[in-house]
Design a protein around this ligand. Structure first.
Ligand SMILES: [Zn+2]
Length: 123
């Protein structure tokens, strides 16, 4: 009668897979970068032979970066738009002054064009 010990050993073969994320992270405090250690979070994904937790998974990090960039883009766009009235204030003032002395000419069209620029409709 043969023992079943052999077959049980085979099932431990996948123990080569690490249980912890393979990314190095800095330690605590301002000197933390001098005390790098392995991330202690449990492995969630394997990519090209490397093991990652949910946080350090390159795909997740890419998504987070893209999200952050989209946020920055929206912010700088909003900031640029907020600058527009100040940017065109001189032109608008000149046009308003002109409109006080002349009801003729194309100043209404130029006013509308200027208002479109100020409202950022061109973007
Ligand atoms: Zn990690």
């Amino acid at each position: 009668m043969k023992s079943t010990v052999e077959t049980q050993k085979a099932s431990t073969a996948d123990s080569t897979k690490p249980k912890r994320c393979s990314v190095m992270v800095p330690g605590e405090g301002s000197w933390g970068s001098f005390h790098m250690h392995n991330c202690r979070r449990p492995v969630k994904t394997e990519r090209e032979g490397k093991y990652y937790c949910t946080v350090h998974d390159p795909e997740n990090e890419k998504l987070r970066r893209e999200k952050l960039h989209a946020k920055w883009d929206a912010k700088s766009k909003a900031r640029r738009k907020a600058e527009l009235p100040r940017l065109y204030a001189h032109e608008m003032l000149a046009l308003l002054t002109e409109s006080q002395t002349s009801i003729e000419g194309d100043w209404r069209e130029r006013r509308d064009a200027l208002l479109r620029k100020i409202n950022g409709d061109g973007e």
